[in-house]
Design a protein. Sequence first.
Length: 186
Amino acid sequence: MNFGESADYTQQGRILRLNSYRAAAPTLQRMKTTVSTLLDAKPERVWEELQRPALLEYVAAPLVAFDPVDLEAFPQRWEEDEYRVAMLLFGVIPLGEQTIDVSRQRVDDTEGNQFYQLRDGGTGKLVSVWDHLISVRETPDNKTVYTDEVDVEAGVLTPLVFLFAVVFYRHRHRRWRKLVENNFEY
């Protein structure tokens, strides 16, 4: 694989995307990672779960905990709004505050061609850009390809934040698969 190219491959029911990056000037440079997983669940169910902040808390645990700053608790369902959160590594080490900025990008619930997108245009003091696009796509056999794409920018810390994002999103995908295997029992 050459710089700037991507490759997809399947491993144990997962679709993984490998990306190569230019690292010539890591300061102030955005870096992007993409992870996709095949879920044995209907796309409308995956989309419905994605609307719940409880899902974020489940798939992020125990690696990262999110505590709402301006609210006593998260709402039952994400609205198109901004939510300030305190992030805690392993639930105890402060990572600073981040804004989760939720917007629905695309919804197509046509049976046989379902496709949904949710964006978190996140920002914070440590990480100036955490642009996270989530895609839910129906497969011909009514399963779901779930994809996280995230662009990060954090000045001189961008390479470290990028490495954290790679680990974090692979962790989220493991938790997603476990949730589906457990019939969405949190």
